[in-house]
Design a protein around this ligand. Structure first.
Ligand code: ATP
Length: 513
């Protein structure tokens, strides 16, 4: 296994090159909110568009689904604020809770299922205190030290495995034992009051996921378009969760973007579709640059599944801050008919589907039809975690280079597609460079920046592009004026080759696909 990369170095590069900034930074920032700078905004747009293209417009790259037909999907764009009853039906208002423990001494609040405790490796702690911590937080190393001083060798157990009250447990950021409260529920929904009357009765919520917008418009999509089951509806956009401890850069934020597909199918075909989407989603993340041992597909154990789910897998990435463990990028869940049934019950509107391709065969050869509530497979991805994984995976240090930091983005998601440099800022070279940059801009400027730069040494200019993840640089030099060739430089290998000036656009087109 390779060494974990330094998250501090990655965050510094993100700031320095304009990928990610703290939201409201000039006012000291606001915890759990991040803005994307010019390169980050374009990176995220490329990720979103790759998702849109490969999940909605040309789903699963034009492959046939388990039914032997082309996969069909349509897009939808729904509001952040919905009728509050949507969230009652979905179970979010009642049940979207994480049990939390508070520390009376440090005033810290921790997710109950994240708190671990160092206890002696063997035997009982007796009267001695045991040390609680949260994995990948500073408390882990600090508490381990104290625990080893007290017990020698230690092992970790979940806080939940210790009997309550936890009178001998020292909280992750506390000094005295017995200050952790029993676990309490904490609702993650942000609320707001639309309209002029600031009255509790008018309370609404910022959506905690984009998926419910799809279920509540399912009937409209079926009634107003020509979709037939099996088909999917995709929705992307901002979601909000009042995470108690936002952390790990953008990984756990309070405002984030999701890209979710709900794929509706007949119950008898749902397991096949579940496997289809699970496998495709893994392949997809690989295709945009998360290849290798840092990406895994983890099938949930039976006891991890929600009560309605008949299968869930997570695509997980080994982030520097989770290593050697993994963090979720996307969940692919078989949700059965849970959501449509819930909305049908709460709204009193029928959300079943009449399938004219099923049921008994009629004397005329047609089918009698079957009415049912479709089953749903949900690949639910996070674009911020996706963008962060792309950055972490791309980040490479190569000490042999003049500037050792390189972002090896897959060309499809790279925010800068190409750079064109005149070797020197005179002798007709800038004009040729401008013309080439214009041509590349017309062809590729929709998908990313085409940079030009005539200042500094050529080595420094290459290094700046390596750091920003630009896959190819083209340099116009003295020979260009004589033989109409340019130097094409590859970011990953640093190698250069001469190619004809009029072949540059074709060269790039082949490699950006
Ligand atoms: P976790 O267990 O990490 O809180 P989750 O299982 O609650 O995540 P889902 O409800 O399945 O997440 O949401 C789908 C995707 O949305 C996640 O895979 C993740 O990429 C993204 N996501 C969820 N919560 C956040 C968050 N607080 N910040 C950034 N992305 C998030």
């Amino acid at each position: 296994m390779s060494q974990p990369k330094s998250m501090d170095a990655i965050m510094a590069l993100c700031k320095r090159r304009g990928f990610i900034y703290q939201a409201s930074e000039i006012y000291g920032g606001i915890n759990g909110f991040w803005d994307y700078g010019p390169l980050g905004a374009q990176l995220k747009k490329n990720l979103r568009e790759a998702w849109w293209q490969d999940m909605i417009m040309n789903p699963a790259w034009g492959r046939k689904g388990p039914n032997g037909e082309r996969v069909r999907c349509v897009p939808l764009e729904t509001c952040i604020i919905q009728h509050p009853k949507v969230w009652e039906a979905s179970g979010h208002v009642g049940g979207f809770n994480d049990p939390m423990v508070d520390c009376k001494e440090s005033k810290g609040r921790y997710r109950y299922d994240h708190v671990m405790v160092f206890v002696p490796e063997s035997g009982d702690p007796g009267d001695k205190p045991v040390f609680a911590y949260v994995g990948d937080q500073p408390s882990e190393a600090k508490q381990r030290k104290k625990a080893e001083k007290t017990f020698g060798a230690v092992r970790s157990v979940a806080l939940s495995s210790l009997p309550q009250p936890w009178t001998r447990v020292i909280g992750p950021d506390a000094e005295k034992p017995g200050t952790l409260t029993e676990p309490r529920m904490f609702n993650l929904m942000f609320d707001t009051i639309p309209g002029a009357i600031r009255d509790e009765a008018n309370k609404a919520y910022l959506r905690p996921e984009t998926a419910q917008g799809i279920f509540v418009q399912f009937k409209n999509v079926v009634d107003t378009t020509r979709v037939k089951i099996p088909f999917g509806i995709g929705n992307t956009g901002r979601s909000f969760r009042n995470e108690v401890t936002p952390r790990n850069f953008t990984f756990r934020s309070r405002e984030f973007e999701q890209a979710e597909l709900e794929f509706f199918c007949h119950p008898s075909e749902s397991q096949d579709w579940y496997r289809f989407w699970r496998d495709f989603r893994m392949e997809w993340w690989r295709s945009i640059g998360l290849a290798g041992e840092n990406l895994i597909l983890r099938e949930h154990d039976k006891d991890e599944l929600s009560h309605y789910s008949q299968g869930t897998s997570d695509v997980e990435y080994r982030f520097p801050f989770t290593a050697p463990g993994f963090g979720e990028l996307e969940g692919i869940a078989h949700r059965g008919c849970y959501d449509l049934t819930q909305h049908q019950e709460h709204s009193k509107v029928k959300l079943d589907y009449f399938d004219t391709t099923r049921g008994e065969t009629l004397p005329n050869g047609g089918k009698k039809g079957e009415r049912y509530i479709p089953h749903c497979i949900e690949p639910a991805a996070g674009l911020d975690r996706g963008a962060l994984a792309l950055i972490c995976e791309a980040y490479t240090r190569d000490e042999s280079r003049p500037s050792p930091e390189i972002l090896r983005f897959h060309p499809r998601v790279a925010p800068i597609k190409a750079a064109v440099f005149p070797l020197v800022d005179k002798d007709g070279m800038p004009e040729v460079a401008e013309r080439l940059a214009d041509e590349l801009f017309r062809r590729f400027g929709r998908d990313g920046f085409i940079e030009t730069d005539a200042k500094q040494s050529i080595g420094k200019r290459y290094a700046r592009m390596d750091e920003a993840g630009c896959p190819f640089c083209f340099t116009i030099d003295g020979d260009t004026l004589k033989d109409q060739t340019v130097t094409a430089r590859d970011r990953d290998t640093g190698q250069q080759q001469r190619i004809a000036l009029d072949k540059v656009a074709g060269f790039l087109a082949e490699r950006l696909a």
